[in-house]
Design a protein around this ligand. Structure first.
Ligand code: UVW
Length: 318
């Protein structure tokens, strides 16, 4: 049996953007989204149609999450029953009643932005910060600076499932940048520098069909590492990778057995923001209908101090 190489060895010499935006940077490749890029994206608004990309938290059919995480639970704290005979509902002048609830949730357990400091190897996170700055909360490269900044620009949908003529991609299936280029050409668009990439696999359809069986021998489909793929992302100055899978890439690289290589090659090293577990179905159906696969994308995760990630409801405007 061959053992998987260390990420240090595998990614030795891989492109890096550490220091490119200064020693204090915490938002990485989102720096590519200048005001000019925001305007470039906004110019694609043609019909005033809105698409929200967040999956429902507390979906009665289940919430897909990375193995080891649990879906969010919501607890009702106050409702009308608290004002029943002998109830503990607070009394307000005028007779106000109100409902209150709270959720207990993994910040990476729904549609989410990863903080750039979410993953690492070799004792260093994005921009070379010491991995020990993650202890007890991310002092560096948390989701907070991304939330503070916001994300907006031209985005393209690469509908890999439709391009391959399948309902959804199955476990372990991989594709790379050359496939993305071919998919874009088939859709009649060009992937331009600084585009936000939205990739549809519809793989989570299998979660809703299979229930817990979905997690057996878990290996999601997705982009797979190669030095050429990393260089392509670097040359294209891609700021944000958005997908409809739990972890945005093939879970275990079939060529070397390493887990989540692109989280490290693209997020830790290049500073590309990752947006995961999106629902791209309505958007994809609309794109197939009107043939417009390029549009304005805007998102801002929640401002949570020191957090490793945050729920988000990105919006596409066509
Ligand atoms: C991990 O990196 C483990 O998970 P996520 O899919 O939230 O990035």
């Amino acid at each position: 049996m061959t053992t998987a190489p260390d990420l240090t060895e595998l990614l030795d010499g891989s492109p890096s953007n550490w220091g490119k935006w200064g020693p204090d940077d915490e938002v990485g490749s989102l720096n590519y989204l200048t005001a000019e890029q925001v305007l470039r994206g906004a110019s694609l608004i043609k019909k005033g149609a809105l698409f929200t990309l967040q999956r429902l938290i507390g979906d009665p059919n289940g919430d897909p999450v990375w193995p080891g995480r649990s879906p969010a639970t919501r607890e009702m704290i106050l409702d009308e029953s608290h004002w029943d005979e002998g109830g503990d509902g607070p009394a307000f002048p005028g007779g106000l009643h109100y409902a209150d609830d709270k959720i207990n949730a993994f910040l990476q357990g729904s549609t989410q932005y990863d903080a750039l400091g979410h993953v690492w190897y070799d004792g260093q996170i994005w921009n070379g910060y010491d991995a020990r700055t993650t202890i007890g909360g991310l002092d560096k490269a948390s989701v907070e600076p991304i939330a503070e900044r916001g994300v907006a620009g031209r985005a393209v949908l690469l509908d890999m499932a439709r391009y391959q003529g399948v309902d959804c991609l199955g476990p372990r299936e991989t594709f790379d940048h050359t496939d993305l280029e071919k998919c874009a050409a088939a859709q009649g668009i060009e992937i331009r520098p600084r585009d936000i990439l939205l990739i549809r696999t519809n793989h989570l359809e299998l979660f809703f069909r299979q229930g817990e069986g979905f997690y057996e021998d878990f290996c999601e489909p997705g982009l797979v590492y190669s030095p050429e793929l990393v260089q392509w992302f670097q040359d294209k100055e891609i700021p944000n990778l958005v997908t409809d899978t739990i972890a945005n890439e093939v879970t275990t690289d079939p060529h070397n057995g390493v887990a989540l290589v692109l989280h490290n090659a693209l997020m830790r090293n290049l500073g590309i923001a990752f947006t995961e577990i999106c629902d791209l179905e309505k958007l994809a159906a609309d794109c197939a209908e009107d043939g417009a696969y390029e549009f304005f994308y805007v998102a801002a995760p929640l401002k949570i101090h020191n957090a490793t990630g945050s729920p988000v409801n990105p919006v596409v405007i066509k």
